[in-house]
Structures are given as structure tokens and as C-alpha cells.
Design a binder for this molecule. Structure first.
Ligand SMILES: Cc1cc2nc3c(=O)[nH]c(=O)nc-3n(C[C@H](O)[C@H](O)[C@H](O)COP(=O)(O)OP(=O)(O)OC[C@H]3O[C@@H](n4cnc5c(N)ncnc54)[C@H](O)[C@@H]3O)c2cc1C
Length: 284
């Protein structure tokens, strides 16, 4: 065992001050990644600063052009929001396809984005929907936020307060789940803004990335066939016991075409249900 303190601030200012006073402390949101990392000794914070009781971080504001989601909003709340379902159903589908019920009831959007697991689902949505990550200090464009495996533009002690998404005309999130972990073997978020298209991939490499050639092709002609012949080089993709880089590259093309179809007809149900692999013991 090692000693770890638990701190329960009641305001954002208090949380920020605690983190400034204790450089080895870490904020904890739902604990779905941090506690596991502590159990494995990948993280050994001197204190955990609980963000769960801070006011103002748990709202979902749905506007015509933008959606603003507080850092402490749980995945289950995103999945079940009727306002979001009417505006960006692909985001609800993404949230509904994360992990299992416990993870969705405890895990938060801010925690997921701050953690930047290379197979996490939300980073694909943030990047594809031209998102902005608001912190206690500044606003960071998605294109500048995700830097690499578990690496972001956040400074030590900086806290995410909310994420802003630009509302697309239509969108889709397609996830090919690892049947054991339910993380994305490949996850692909497609957002069509009429004059432009953005598409981001998670799970396939060392962090989320955009497919700019496919975005241009779909911007000119929003049909699956527009993606024919656009190469997805496997060189920078991950190879592991679950899938080779070549297989992930193949999946990206197949899933990008599927995403176009889903965006055209409208997304319903949790992302990942279409995946043709099954462990046979999937939990709801
Ligand atoms: C069994 C299991 C299955 C899962 N499956 C999936 C999946 O399919 N897809 C997926 O995307 N994710 C999955 N997850 C991860 C899940 O989505 C968690 O929500 C996510 O890891 C973040 O957890 P959390 O919100 O509890 O944050 P925590 O674990 O509390 O924190 C994670 C990290 O973010 C930091 N942090 C938290 N909040 C903030 C903030 N506001 N500002 C700055 N830093 C902050 C913490 O210090 C820590 O470093 C799974 C997790 C488990 C345990």
C-alpha cells in the first residue's frame, strides 16, 4: 500500500487551488480509468481531488449551432438525453456503446477526453465535430488538443470544464468493438457540415486522427462510392494480438462507407451493435 489522500472540494476554484498546492495530486472524475491505473501502480498520486461535487460541470446545453456538455456529464446521461438525440443522435449512440452500464453510469466526458486513451470513443467525436475543450484557463481547439497516447494539451493542474461541439447537418459513429474490453478496435465518427465534412478515427493508431482525403471526397459527393480507391496506409496503424495494421486499415475503409450510409438514413441504437464479431457473452 501507499498513502493517498482524498480531497472533496466544493468549488472549481478550490479544486484548482488544491491541485496547485499538491503537484503530485490528480483530479478524479468517475474513477473508471484513474482508479484502475492506481491499482496497477501506473498512477501513484499523493491525493485524489474529487470533481464529483463541483457545481456547474454537469449540464447539457443543446443549441442550434453548438452543443455544450459539462466535464462531469456521465456517459449514461449523454446516451439518454432526448435533446441530444434530436440534435446529434450519433453522440448518443457513441455514449450508449461505451463499456457496460457501470462504466456508463460513472464515467464522464471530461475524464474520457482528459485521459485520451488511444481507443476511447469521445476523442473521435470531439475531433470530428470540430470541438473545443474549455478549461479553467482557456479554450483549446480539438485539432490542437489530442497530442498522442494518453497525451493532451492540458497543463498540470488544468481542469476541463466543458466540451463544445459544432452541430453537424448529419453524423454517424461506427464502432468495431474489441469483444473482450468493448473499447474500439476501430471507431469512426463522421460529421457532415454541408460545405465540409470531418471524419476522425480512434482505436486504430497512437491516438485519434482525421482522414482528410476521405473528408475532401465526401465534401464533393456524400455517397459511399466517393471513398472508392482512397488508400489507407497501414504504416502508422497499430498491430497487436487483436488485429494487424492491415486489418485495421481495411476496417477503416469499410466503416467509413458504412458511416456515410448511417449518416444518410439517421443513426439509432448504440454504436457497435452492427459489429459482425461477438464474444457470445455481451452484456447489455
Ligand atoms: C471495463 C471498462 C470498459 C470501458 N470501455 C470503454 C469504451 O468502450 N469506450 C471508451 O471510450 N471508454 C471506455 N472505458 C473508459 C470510460 O469511458 C471512462 O469514462 C474514461 O476512462 C474516463 O473515466 P472517468 O470519467 O471515470 O475519469 P477518471 O478515471 O476519474 O479520470 C481519468 C483521467 O482524467 C483526469 N481527469 C478527469 N476529469 C478531469 C477533468 N475534468 N479535467 C482534467 N483532467 C481530468 C484524471 O486525473 C485521470 O488522469 C471503459 C472503462 C472500463 C473500466
Amino acid at each position: 500500500m501507499y498513502p493517498t489522500q482524498y480531497k472533496r472540494p466544493s468549488s472549481l476554484e478550490e479544486a484548482v487551488a488544491l491541485l496547485a498546492d499538491m503537484p503530485e495530486a490528480r483530479p478524479v472524475a468517475g474513477g473508471q480509468s484513474l482508479i484502475a491505473a492506481m491499482k496497477l501502480r501506473f498512477a501513484v498520486p499523493s491525493a485524489v481531488i474529487d470533481l464529483g461535487h463541483l457545481p456547474g460541470l454537469s449540464s447539457i446545453e443543446v443549441g442550434t449551432d453548438e452543443v455544450v456538455i459539462g466535464a462531469m456529464v456521465r456517459h449514461a446521461a449523454v446516451a439518454s438525453s432526448p435533446e441530444l438525440a434530436a440534435t446529434v443522435p450519433a453522440l448518443c449512440a457513441l455514449a450508449a456503446g461505451i463499456g457496460d452500464r457501470q462504466v456508463r453510469n460513472m464515467g464522464t466526458m471530461g475524464g474520457s477526453v482528459a485521459n485520451n486513451d488511444p481507443a476511447a470513443d469521445y476523442p473521435a467525436a470531439v475531433l470530428a465535430m470540430n470541438g473545443v475543450v474549455n478549461t479553467n484557463l482557456r479554450s483549446i481547439a480539438a485539432d490542437d488538443f489530442f497530442l498522442g497516447i494518453y497525451e493532451t494539451a492540458l497543463e498540470p493542474g488544468e481542469l476541463i470544464t466543458s466540451i463544445v461541439y459544432k452541430v453537424p447537418r448529419r453524423a454517424a459513429y461506427i464502432k468495431f468493438k474489441n469483444p473482450a474490453s468493448r473499447f474500439a478496435l476501430v471507431g469512426l465518427f463522421l460529421a457532415d457540415y454541408g460545405s465540409s465534412v470531418r471524419m476522425a478515427v480512434t482505436g486504430a493508431g497512437a491516438g485519434v486522427f482525421r482522414l482528410v482525403d476521405m473528408e475532401s471526397a465526401l465534401g464533393a459527393n456524400f455517397v459511399p462510392e466517393a471513398l472508392d480507391g482512397i488508400p489507407v496506409p497501414p504504416d502508422r496503424l497499430s498491430s497487436d494480438i487483436h488485429a494487424s495494421a492491415e486489418y485495421r486499415a481495411h476496417l477503416i475503409t469499410v466503416m467509413a462507407k458504412r458511416a456515410v450510409q448511417v449518416a444518410i438514413v439517421g443513426q439509432t441504437g448504440p454504436a457497435g451493435e452492427w459489429a459482425p464479431i461477438s464474444s457470445g457473452n455481451e452484456q447489455p
